[in-house]
Design a protein. Sequence first.
Length: 216
Amino acid sequence: MSRSRDLILARVRSALAGVPDVEIPRAYRGPSATPPATPSETPSEPRGEIRLFEERLRDYRAVVHVVAEAGVPERVARSLAERGARRVAVPRGFPAAWPAAARAELVTDEPPLTAADLDALDGVLTTCAVAVAETGTIVLDAGPGQGRRALSLVPDYHLCVVRAGQIVAGVPDAVARLDPVRPLTWISGPSATSDIELNRVEGVHGPRTLEVLIVT
């Protein structure tokens, strides 16, 4: 393999011999360089980013609720009850007050649950590291309240709580906030794929249902 690669690269260099260098533009889009596309409100206003994030999530067929801080425990309890979730994983660092009103059994991941244990759960509760308004993406980095990657990938239902202050305009803004050495999971709606005839199938590579609580 190495010999074949060297041969190919040598031929490329030979073909390019004498060709003048071309300046490659490096004007990459940076944090907040360009506002999100077609927002419902002015993207520079926090409320506009929240609204756009909500719209993008709904485009992905996620379930979305916008709630005040005081209403989070009740909304978590209602969401789990409506889902029929009786056993739910809650990672270390998830605010204890939020699922306090829930009637579901809250399962910890200590010691780490096996894949079979995770598959037997009715869902998982997490927070997030950052969220992107333009793409409707939630990013988890295994920080407090988020847990390891398997927690948000194996159970069929994911209920994620996102604070308004965690929502940024675009991907460059999110990258600027994230630590690249941490395990990053980028979630844009429920897990979905499609075959060559574009028949959509959900739940193949992760949760079939994504529900998001945006805390304002």
